[in-house]
Design a binder for this molecule. Structure first.
Ligand code: SF4
Ligand code: SF4
Length: 63
């Protein structure tokens, strides 16, 4: 399982990239995207997905 970013709602603030323990987030064109192969839903690091916690646009959802 992994999370994904709804690209049309991402404001490219960069918060999710900064807080991801797996370096699963990166720029894709003008917005950010999650590499599903790297996203481990923060398991082993945090109780809740950090990207979801910090996203001000609330545009990160379960893939
Ligand atoms: S859920 Fe965790 S591991 Fe997955 S992209 Fe978000 S911060 Fe990174
Ligand atoms: S925290 Fe949300 S708005 Fe900011 S770059 Fe990530 S997905 Fe986009």
């Amino acid at each position: 399982m992994a999370y994904k970013i709804i690209a049309s709602q991402c404001t490219a603030c960069g918060s999710c990239e900064f807080d991801c323990p797996n370096q699963a987030v990166g720029m894709k064109g003008d917005v950010f995207a999650i590499n599903a192969g790297k996203c481990g839903e923060c398991e082993g690091f945090f109780d809740v997905p950090q990207c979801v916690e910090v996203c001000p646009a609330e545009c990160i959802v379960r893939a």
